[in-house]
Design a protein around this ligand. Sequence first.
Ligand SMILES: [Zn+2]
Ligand SMILES: [Zn+2]
Length: 350
Amino acid sequence: MIMIAVKGYAAHSATLPLRPFDFERRDLRPKDVLIDILYCGICHSDLHLVRNEWGRSNYPMVPGHEIVGRVIKTGKNAKKFKKGDVAAVGCFVDSCRKCPNCKDGLQQYCTGGLVLTYNSYEKDGKTITQGGYSTKIVVDEDHVLKVPSKLPLEKVAPLLCAGITTYSPLRYWKIGKRHKVAVLGLGGLGHMAVKFASAFGANVTVLSGSPNKQRDAKSMGATDFALTSDAEKMKTLSNHFDFLIDTVSATHDFDFYLGLLRTNGVMICVGLPSGEEQLSPFNLVLGRRSIAGSLIGGLPETQEMLDYCGRRNIAADVEVIPIQQVNQAYDRMVKSDVRYRFVIDLASLK
Ligand SMILES: [Zn+2]
Ligand SMILES: [Zn+2]
């Protein structure tokens, strides 16, 4: 069987830095497309998985699920894409296509075996998927997204995870005009939450631990900014918000933030801390508050989000790096020292 040679960067254990790694991708099946990767965003989940913080990592692991590139070859039955098209791949590359969630376009909640873009098994149950910190990827075209033409491609890459992760819950809960929305954490996810929520007409307050992010928050559309360490200011925000979008991926105090919600308020978790959080039922019962979670988005909604971004000229704020700097980027990401997403320029690996 012919395989496609690919260059990438891989983690070989939870403690070693990522390093160059040559591997092979499958040859094209009839509905596959071969994508020459141009940019890949660095998501906080990459770091969790590389360092085995969720306890389910396989090595060697090529991370990356915020992929934008150009189609360079198509399988004989591919119809959606042709050679030369710009295409994008997000957090999953296949799904069962038969379960109720897949049929509803909610592939992210597939119960029949979702195939994640990396650190996951393909449908054969034995081939481990490898992600976008690499020169090329082969994906069934049904799981590939179209990219609107006007946006700079390096700024599009983070939309495939950070973008859809925040767009989807804002749409699901119909967040918009008249809503007071808090965005907790102004990182990769948080900055997209601010852009979308304000574009939808909500009144957005950023809650952040970094005083130097205040100006950025306002320029992204937030009307207010509160330093989480400013007890006086935080007190004025208790019982205040209709929704709180919690993007924090480190352990934090759920009870404190639930107290910021008004009656019927909803706290929506989109970050994935690796610890076990505690929660007092009192903060839910008093005020009929709820706490909810949301995972990325399905294929139709991800396409809708990309098209919306194209129309409204919304994209991520990025810092483009050559792949040789990926380990330094991880160290900086842990310190929240990035505005607001690192994106790898794969030209550095070709
Ligand atoms: Zn991600
Ligand atoms: Zn399914």
